[in-house]
Write a protein of this length. Structure first.
Length: 209
């Protein structure tokens, strides 16, 4: 989980902070200012499934997280089973083929909600993408993403995320040791077939008497 300094406020999805992040993101996409994952790197990835003792955290309740251990000095990853109410077409209004596509943007985590990451299933390695597990690739490349969205079936084997999850060095290890997460092997089919859970909302206020 992200630390308090990393975590963006997560009120209901229509609240100001997220709308501001999405508007900034649309500007970045329009200008082409989206970074590229580069280099023939192969990830050290694992799948985490939230245990019941994470139910007091709406961000990670029922979360399934693809953790990629060599993106930086500490683990980072994507919550893969929490679609937002935002359709992909709203984020890419210039791509006319998306107008009738029902697919939604996924909430990847509370860190850097103004960034787009995406996962693509492919039999051969796409350019500007990094393999996370057999048949599954991760990227932040705008060129690759726009190329995928220009296909006849733009969202086939593709998931797009805003934000990601992040941990301080040693933090995830401690959470696993405390029993917060169940570890599973990262598999492409598992990630794309994981049951979806609701976008995180503010918890209801507790009654005080």
């Amino acid at each position: 989980m992200s630390t308090p300094t990393q975590r963006a406020a997560l009120p209901r999805w229509v609240a100001g902070p997220l709308i501001a992040a999405l508007l900034m993101l649309m500007t970045l996409l329009d200008s082409g200012n989206l970074s590229s994952a580069a280099g023939p790197v192969r990830m050290n990835a694992i799948l985490l499934v939230a245990r019941p003792n994470l139910h007091d955290d709406p961000t990670f309740t029922h979360a399934v997280v693809l953790v990629m251990n060599n993106l930086g000095p500490a683990p980072q990853g994507l919550i893969v089973n929490k679609p937002t109410p935002l359709p992909v077409s709203k984020l890419f209004p210039s791509v006319k083929a998306l107008a009738k596509v029902p697919d939604r943007i996924y909430f990847g985590g509370p860190v850097e909600l103004d960034e787009v990451w995406f996962l693509i299933r492919a039999s051969t390695p796409p350019e500007h993408a990094i393999q996370t597990c057999p048949g599954l690739y991760f990227s932040t490349s705008r060129a690759l993403l726009m190329s995928l969205l220009s296909r006849r079936n733009p969202m086939e084997n593709l998931r797009i995320f805003i934000g990601h999850a992040g941990w301080d060095p040693g933090q995830l290890r401690d959470e696993i040791n405390e029993g917060a997460w169940k570890l599973e092997q990262a598999r492409s089919a598992t990630i794309f077939s994981t049951p979806e859970h609701a976008w995180p909302e503010e918890p209801e206020p507790k009654n005080t008497i």
